[in-house]
Design a protein around this ligand. Structure first.
Ligand SMILES: NC(=O)c1ccc[n+]([C@@H]2O[C@H](COP(=O)([O-])OP(=O)(O)OC[C@H]3O[C@@H](n4cnc5c(N)ncnc54)[C@H](O)[C@@H]3O)[C@@H](O)[C@H]2O)c1
Length: 426
């Protein structure tokens, strides 16, 4: 059963908006040679013929290129967003008008609409769910949709937070189908999380504020894959970067990478800009707001809008008002001003355009190849969380190198033998 109606505002069907979305998607596709190659093969082999796929992703031009690829493989798609502020209406329009893909989304939708759209995708009875944050997988396992769960053969999860959620479902014994953790592929998190989030976070902050980073004190909470990228790029723009961590290994790494490491309670006293990217919640909380500098900017790049405790900030503030797009000013009882970007949601997705197409090429190549793998191999896979097969990870890296025109060496048989033998030392 596929959805026939697409509950999007009427202007989504506007041919002008669809044309704009198509041109922007074509532009992204030019920078996604790996996915283009997979789409060409899919069009010949049709490995997803008739497979119903429910998709919850940021609805961006890069996602549209992935959806075109899955459709080239024969999939029947239904799409909802993975964040209310990352949807591009022109991309929705081209998907609906040019690709005839049902899309349940619009930019800035409220939370009830967001969850209605998740339900609308699940009502199409997807056999595979493709998630970014595990909202579809969690909703399927909520106990309210036994028929939907029975129809599903597996899932694909794109981001760190979603992988943590499905691992927790697996550990609690509730996960009922195999899920492939695309985030954990090397060709995903080494590049998308580090260089993608590194760039899109700085891009989002600059587009929202137009502040000068050179000489600014810039605190990053979390020195994981995303945090490393943000810290590296902020330093590259001349900021003095502070890192906060809870993991001693990561804190030491940040120290040896040349960053100052401080607890958040101290970092907030010095920072002009604070960015959270931990996957946790309450990282900047009621304990910290009055310690911030007057004029401090708060932003988040972690998946959910819970890393800055926005409810506590609203409760504490004497007044709040929008000052320009994506910036809300809060005046605290002390008279200090604090500026929250993008309502505490992913700043690079909300105020900029998420990660560059050249990186999403690899993340989405993993998505496409893992979908093909799941469609083929699911009868042999027990419920649980699976790594991306190493062969797929290497294939994506090799395809990207080839597309970039970069050649590498190969081991000779003699070198292979040397490495395989425990006896060869000298
Ligand atoms: N904005 C984007 O484009 C984007 C892209 C990929 C992932 N993400 C999201 O970003 C978040 C981080 O992803 P990642 O891949 O870097 O994860 P990660 O697990 O590699 O890193 C998270 C780090 O945060 C640290 N941490 C946890 N709680 C903390 C706290 N209270 N204070 C300070 N540090 C703390 C952890 O020790 C860890 O080092 C996730 O929510 C993920 O889904 C965002």
């Amino acid at each position: 059963m596929m959805a026939t109606a697409t509950p999007v505002p009427s202007d989504i069907r506007d041919p002008g908006l669809a044309e704009q979305g198509k041109r922007r998607t074509d532009w992204a596709a030019r920078q996604m040679p790996v996915l283009r190659g997979i789409a060409e093969r899919f069009a010949k082999e049709r490995p997803l013929q008739g497979v119903r796929i429910g998709v919850s992703l940021h609805i961006t031009t890069e996602t549209a290129v992935l959806l075109r690829t899955l459709r080239a493989g024969g999939a029947q798609l239904a799409v909802c967003p993975s964040n209310p502020l990352s949807t591009r209406d022109d991309v929705c329009a081209t998907l609906v008008v040019d690709e005839q893909i049902p899309v349940f989304a619009w930019y800035g939708e409220d939370l009830p609409s967001y969850y209605r759209h998740v339900a609308a995708v699940l009502a199409t009875r997807p056999q595979i769910v493709m998630d970014d944050g595990a909202d579809l997988i969690a909703a399927l396992h909520s106990g309210e949709d036994a028929a939907g769960l029975a129809a599903a053969i597996g899932g694909i999860e794109e981001t760190t937070t979603g992988v943590i959620r499905v691992r927790s479902m697996d550990a609690s014994g509730v996960l009922r189908f195999p899920v492939i953790a695309v985030n954990d592929a090397l060709t995903k998190h080494l590049y998308d999380n580090r260089y993608g989030t590194g760039q899109n976070t700085i891009d989002g902050i600059l587009r929202a504020t137009n502040v000068l980073l050179a000489g600014a004190t810039f605190a990053v909470a979390g020195y994981g894959w995303c945090g490393r990228g943000i810290a590296m790029r902020a330093r590259g723009m001349g900021a003095q970067v502070i890192v906060t961590e809870i993991d001693p290994v990561k804190a030491l790494e940040a120290h040896m990478d040349g960053f100052r490491v401080l607890p958040m309670a101290e970092a907030v006293r010095e920072a002009d800009i604070v960015v959270t990217v931990t996957g946790g919640h309450g990282v900047v909380s009621a304990d910290h707001f009055e310690s911030l500098k007057d004029g401090a900017i708060l932003a988040n790049s972690g998946h959910f809008d819970v890393e800055v405790d926005v409810a506590a900030l609203r409760a504490l503030a004497v007044t709040r008002r929008p000052v320009r797009e994506h910036i809300e000013e809060y005046v605290l009882p002390s008279g200090k001003h604090v500026y929250l970007l993008a309502e505490g949601r992913l700043v690079g997705q909300a105020a900029a355009e998420a990660s560059p197409a050249a990186l999403m090429d690899m993340s989405f190549a993993n998505q496409a190849l893992c979908t093909e793998y799941l469609a083929r191999e699911h009868p042999g896979l027990e419920p649980g969380v699976y790594d991306v097969p190493a062969a797929i990870d290497r294939q994506v890296a090799q395809l990207k190198l080839t597309a970039l025109g970069i050649r590498i060496d190969q081991l000779s048989p003699d070198q292979e033998q040397y490495l395989a033998s425990w006896q060869s030392g000298t």
